[in-house]
Design a protein around this ligand. Structure first.
Ligand code: SF4
Ligand code: SF4
Length: 377
């Protein structure tokens, strides 16, 4: 095995192939605080890519309710139970436990597990289930003990993919031009090693064609400079897709770099697995920290603090306002005066958004008609 640098873990780790980062790395940011579980993203993906035979059970995009939701069933708990001692050095942010590559059994490249057919039978298991019971007579008075949140999930187009590491046919590859991870269907022989190895369970086996399939990052759109379907259609405007630079090359004018590398508000999901996933999440602000530390690693406290103070940081606020405001991929942005502007690769404007929404308060009494109006604060 080669030694590669995983910046999520702040250390080197073992991986079957040498470090070979793509020219550009596709990356996404999902703000969990804004997701309403409308499943528009799920349906947009399903109707675009997985409406064929053998694909009925596939959800390349799914949205599950934490703490109890999971698709396939217990996808995360089953693997977490097998990885002993997932400790972090809190002062340096270094992961002290073993990754899925380091914990692999002799003769294997990846520690994984294989879901059964039944694990795919309930895509919305645990939906809208809270972490506890709400007492009779309870009313909302701010942040309370009983909680839940929605976690939207797609393939992470990992820098060190478990699926690539496990495939005996070398049928899975990472595109050098944008880091999208694809399965070469002409090489796949249906051994299902990728299904076992992906810690996020985002490769799926098609029983009709007898080959594996996975999210293709909507690459035909990416090649046209547009964001994927799940991002463009998101009702809650919780998503943004762009390209993430290497940490040492982070650019303040790249909104993805600004949020991930510079302000460190968005964090990877289960970084301890070691695949360096490229979907970054804003952690939910109302959930107990112990749970969030396990999900998103040691950066959670600082991320939430910075997120709550976003109004005082115009650069960060400007980057967030680009979410859901353009179908185009924003490569750079500028926050100037009262507006934030996004630009594509050629420097052309993709969107222009005001930092504050204009508000007009109507006079209570309309002198012309004599009618009284009620303004909702
Ligand atoms: S999330 Fe799974 S399927 Fe996607 S690149 Fe990573 S290991 Fe492969
Ligand atoms: S479309 Fe957006 S808001 Fe709706 S479930 Fe998907 S991620 Fe959440």
């Amino acid at each position: 095995m080669a030694q590669v640098k995983n910046w999520h873990l702040n250390r080197e780790m073992k991986y079957p192939y040498a470090d070979n980062r793509p020219k550009k790395q596709i990356a996404y940011i999902f703000d969990t605080n804004k997701c309403i579980a409308c499943q528009t993203c799920t349906v947009a993906c399903k109707t675009t890519w997985t409406s064929g035979k053998g694909q009925e059970y596939m959800f390349w995009n799914n949205v599950e309710t934490k703490p109890y939701g999971s698709y396939p069933t217990q996808w995360d708990v089953n693997l977490l139970k097998q990885l002993d001692g997932q400790e972090w050095d809190k002062t340096t942010g270094t992961y002290k436990g073993k990754t899925i590559f380091e914990a692999a059994e002799k003769g294997e490249n990846v520690k994984g597990w294989h879901p059964t057919d039944r694990d795919y039978a309930y895509p919305n298991l645990g939906e809208d289930e809270c972490s506890g019971n709400v007492n009779k007579g309870a009313f909302f008075s701010g942040i309370h003990d009983v909680w839940m949140f929605y976690l939207a999930r797609i393939c992470n187009h990992c820098t060190y993919p478990g699926c690539v590491a496990a495939c005996p046919r070398k049928a899975i590859y990472k595109r050098p031009e944008d880091g999208i991870v694809l399965i070469d269907e002409s090489r796949c022989r249906g051994y299902k090693e990728c299904v076992k190895a992906c810690p996020y369970k985002k490769t799926f086996f098609n029983e009709v064609t007898r080959i594996s399939e996975k999210c293709i990052g909507c690459y035909p759109l990416i090649e046209k400079g547009e964001q994927p379907r799940c991002v463009q259609t998101c009702i809650g405007k919780i998503r943004m897709q762009g390209f993430l630079s290497k940490p040492e090359e982070a650019r303040a004018d790249n909104p993805i770099d600004q949020i991930v590398h510079i302000k460190k508000v968005a964090l990877p999901l289960y970084p301890q697995y070691g695949t360096e996933p490229n979907v970054y999440y804003i952690p939910p602000v109302h959930v107990p920290k112990e749970f969030l530390h396990q999900l998103f690693g040691p950066g959670v406290d600082k991320a939430i603090e910075t997120y709550k103070n976003i109004k005082n940081d115009k650069d960060l606020l400007g980057a967030f306002l680009l979410f859901g405001n353009t179908p185009k991929i924003t490569h750079s942005y500028k926050t100037d005066g009262e507006f934030t502007m996004g630009f594509d690769e050629k420097g052309e404007v993709t969107t222009k958004v005001p930092l504050t929404e204009p508000v007009f308060v109507r006079p209570f009494k309309n002198e012309t008609t004599g009618a009284n109006h009620h303004n909702i604060p």
